[in-house]
Design a protein. Structure first.
Length: 417
C-alpha cells in the first residue's frame, strides 16, 4: 500500500482529495489511509467512523489520518478513536508538511486543527490528474457567509473566500491540455464567488473569462447553485454558451415558505419556480437537480406537500433527498423535532416522487442524439448529467455522439450515432 484516499461527501472534497494525494506523495508518506470526511448529516459522520474502524481491522499496520469537515468540527471525537493516528483540519489537509511521516506521540502531535474562521484566503491548488476520473474539478470558492439554521458546514469550512480568476483560468487551461474534456467548478457556496475579491467579480464573470481564454475547453459544468445569487452574466451564458452544460443543481431545501423562513433561506418557493421557468425559456434542454430536506422541525403535512409539488413545478430531474438530521450547535437542533418515523416516511415519499420525475425526464430523451462524456467502459454522462450506458468500444475520457434507444428508470441505453 502507498496512500489510499477515502472520500466522503461533496465534489469539493473530491477535488481536495486529489490535492491531498499529491501532498502525501510530496511529503514521502507511505502505507497510509486518509479519510476525507463529511459532516452534512449525522449519518455521514457515522459512516466515516464505521469505515475507519473497518480499515484498521483490514490494515493493522497502516497509518490512518482523518480530515475533512467532520474532523474540523469535532477533532477530539476522532482523536479519541484508537484506530486514528492523526487528525488534520480542513486548512491543514491542503499543506504537504502535515503529511510528513513523523508520527509522534501525544495530542499536540496527533491533532493539527486550526480555527477555520481565522482563514481568510483560498489559494489555487494545481491538480493535473484525477485518479480514475474522466472529468476534472477546480475549486474556485470555499466557505460560506450564510447561516442556514440546519447547516453545520460553515463551522467546518469557515467564511466565504474566493480564488482569483487568474489562477483558476490557468488551472482550467492545464487540465484541458492534459486531455480533460470537462471541468467542474466547485465551491461550498459557488454563487457567492468573487464578493471578497477586488472589483467583486461574479461567477458569471469568471465563467466568461474561462470561455474566452480557454477556447479548447469542451465542457464546463457548475456544481450546486443558489438561484437567487445567479448574476446576469451567468444567466446570459446559460442561455447562449453551449459549452456550459445544461445541468443546474439548485439548493432549494424545501417547498414551503414558512419552512424556508425557519431554515433562514433567502428565497421563496415562487422564486424557485420562476427561476426554473425562466431558464427553461432560454435553454429548453436544461435539466435541474435539487437538494431537498425531508422532515424539517415543525414541518406539517401540508408544508411537506409543498416540497412534493415543487419537484413537479420546477421539473426536477435529479433530487438529492436528505432526511433532516439535527446537527449539534445549529438553531434547527433546538427546534421542536418530528418523530423519526415521520422524517423517514417523508424522505421515502420524496425519493419515490423523485424517481418518477427522473423516469419522466429520461422519457424525453429516447430517440434523441446526444453528446456524452465517456467516464468508464460502457458508461457515460450526457450534457444534462443523465447516466448513459454506451458501447464498450467508446474510449473513456472522450466525448462521443450517441442515440438514446431506451431507459430503465435510472439510465438510458444508447448506440453510437
Amino acid at each position: 500500500m502507498s496512500v489510499d484516499i477515502v472520500t466522503f461527501g461533496c465534489r469539493l472534497n473530491t477535488y481536495e482529495s486529489e490535492v491531498m494525494r499529491r501532498n502525501a506523495q510530496d511529503a514521502g508518506l507511505d502505507n497510509a489511509i486518509v479519510f476525507n470526511t463529511c459532516a452534512v448529516t449525522a449519518e455521514a459522520v457515522r459512516q466515516a467512523r464505521q469505515a475507519i474502524r473497518r480499515a484498521r481491522r483490514e490494515n493493522p499496520d497502516a497509518r490512518i489520518i482523518v480530515t475533512g469537515c467532520a474532523a474540523q468540527i469535532d477533532p477530539a471525537r476522532f482523536a479519541a478513536m484508537p484506530e486514528v493516528d492523526r487528525v488534520l483540519g480542513n486548512a491543514e489537509k491542503l499543506e504537504a508538511r502535515h503529511f510528513a511521516p513523523d508520527f509522534g506521540t501525544g495530542v499536540a502531535e496527533q491533532v493539527r486543527v486550526n480555527d477555520i474562521m481565522s482563514v481568510r484566503e483560498t489559494a489555487a491548488h494545481m491538480v493535473d490528474s484525477f485518479d480514475g476520473r474522466a472529468r476534472a474539478y477546480v475549486q474556485v470558492q470555499n466557505g460560506c457567509d450564510h447561516r442556514c439554521t440546519f447547516c453545520i458546514i460553515p463551522f467546518g469550512r469557515g467564511n466565504s473566500r474566493s480564488v482569483p480568476a487568474g489562477p483558476v483560468v490557468e488551472e482550467v487551461r492545464r487540465l484541458a491540455a492534459a486531455g480533460f474534456a470537462e471541468v467542474v467548478l466547485t465551491g461550498v457556496d459557488l454563487t457567492s464567488y468573487g464578493a471578497d475579491l477586488p472589483g467583486r467579480p461574479t461567477l458569471g464573470d469568471l465563467c466568461q473569462r474561462i470561455f474566452r481564454l480557454v477556447p479548447e475547453l469542451q465542457r464546463l459544468r457548475l456544481s450546486s447553485l443558489d438561484a437567487v445569487e445567479v448574476d446576469e452574466t451567468l444567466f446570459r451564458l446559460i442561455a447562449e454558451e453551449k459549452r456550459l452544460m445544461p445541468h443546474l443543481h439548485l439548493s432549494l431545501q424545501a417547498g414551503d415558505d414558512m419552512i424556508l423562513k425557519r431554515m433562514k433561506r433567502r428565497h421563496l418557493r415562487a422564486d424557485a419556480i420562476a427561476f426554473c421557468e425562466k431558464v427553461r425559456t432560454v435553454r429548453p434542454d436544461v435539466a435541474f437537480g435539487a437538494d431537498i430536506i425531508a422532515g424539517f422541525p415543525t414541518e406539517t403535512d401540508a408544508m411537506f406537500e409543498g416540497s412534493l409539488r415543487l419537484l413537479d413545478e420546477c421539473a426536477i430531474a435529479y433530487a438529492h433527498v436528505f432526511p433532516f438530521s439535527a446537527r449539534e450547535g445549529t438553531p434547527a437542533a433546538r427546534m421542536p423535532q418530528l418523530p423519526r418515523e415521520v422524517v423517514k416516511a417523508r424522505a421515502q415519499a420524496l425519493r419515490a416522487a423523485a424517481a418518477a420525475r427522473l423516469a419522466a425526464h429520461l422519457d424525453t430523451k429516447i430517440g434523441q442524439i446526444d453528446r456524452v462524456l465517456v467516464e468508464k467502459p460502457g458508461e457515460a454522462r450526457a450534457e444534462d448529467f443523465s447516466t448513459v450506458a454506451v458501447p464498450d468500444t467508446l474510449a473513456p475520457g472522450t466525448v462521443a455522439a450517441v442515440r438514446h434507444i431506451r431507459h430503465d428508470g435510472t439510465r438510458t441505453y444508447a448506440e453510437a450515432a
